[in-house]
Design a protein around this ligand. Structure first.
Ligand SMILES: [Fe+2]
Length: 270
């Protein structure tokens, strides 16, 4: 039996209607992975999985990253819940998870546990579609370029009141060079952009910044984006290899809480 699917936006996002038992059985895992790769983002509205079920569902789709408590990382700006909450200020800016890791994560599952009264909607942009739509001359410009990504780049933007100690800490984290165009094992290509992108290698700094800014603006136009208005119990899965995401800013004391489970990366950025 195939699952009922409803597209959310023309170029990104599909809602899947299925009950928890069917999803946890793993019988639809192949279809879910296929639609995820094609559409970048899957929504399971008010699925209301508990933590154990969320991890079990994730395991039907891939290998789960050992992160957080029992594979559940609590996404919140409340430092009494998540000590590293300061780093989550970077989530207000477009990014791909793990651009400073050797292999970025494959996908993440995110469920809404408590919402903020203002802000807190999450947006995803399809980086395959953004590449596909570049003019041939633009593809010629970006193919072959390499971009340096660092934690420092996104943190400088996210936390403008940083101290010298903050900078020293950010500089202990890995810096990585990636191609601007990711050629996937499937042969499809996507853009690798976002707030971790420091500069294009071997390019004049001003020219590099202008190119990265222009491409980001282009890749995050409405036509490539789906913005999600959360309801408690919603579960979203995004393909981290073919999308960027960000959250509309919300207050640290809003109580907003999302539970994330991450699937380990399967292909190096090449
Ligand atoms: Fe993220």
């Amino acid at each position: 039996m195939t699952l009922e699917t409803i597209d959310l936006a023309p170029r990104i996002g599909t809602e899947i209607r299925a009950n928890a038992a069917a999803l946890l059985s793993g019988e639809h895992a192949a279809q879910i992975r296929e639609v995820l790769g094609e559409r970048g983002l899957l929504l399971f509205r008010e699925l209301d999985l508990d933590d154990r079920q969320q991890v079990a569902f994730a395991r039907t789709l891939g290998d789960v990253l050992d992160q957080g408590e029992d594979h559940i990382y609590k996404v919140t700006l409340d430092k009494t819940v998540t000590k590293t909450a300061d780093y989550l200020l970077g989530t207000f800016f477009w990014h791909i998870d793990g651009t400073t890791d050797a292999i970025p994560s494959r996908a993440s599952l995110l469920s809404a546990r408590h919402l903020s009264e203002t802000g807190g909607r999450t947006e995803w942009a399809n980086t395959y579609a953004a590449y596909e739509d570049l003019l041939p001359a633009e593809k010629g410009t970006v193919d072959g370029l390499r971009v340096v990504h660092s934690a420092e780049t996104i943190e400088r933007v996210a936390r403008p009141d940083f101290t010298e100690e903050d900078v020293a800490d950010w500089r202990t984290r890995p810096v990585r060079s990636h191609p601007l165009v990711w050629t996937h094992a499937s042969g499809r290509k996507s853009l690798v952009l976002g707030a971790t992108a420091s500069h294009v290698e071997d390019m004049d700094p001003d020219e590099s910044r202008a190119l990265l800014d222009r491409l980001l603006t282009q890749a995050t136009q409405d036509r490539y984006v789906y913005q999600h208005e959360w309801r408690v119990g919603d579960l979203v899965i995004w393909d981290n290899t073919g999308t960027m995401h960000r959250v509309v800013p919300y207050a640290a004391d809003s109580g907003r809480l999302m539970h994330r489970t991450t699937l380990i990366g399967e292909e190096p950025l090449a």
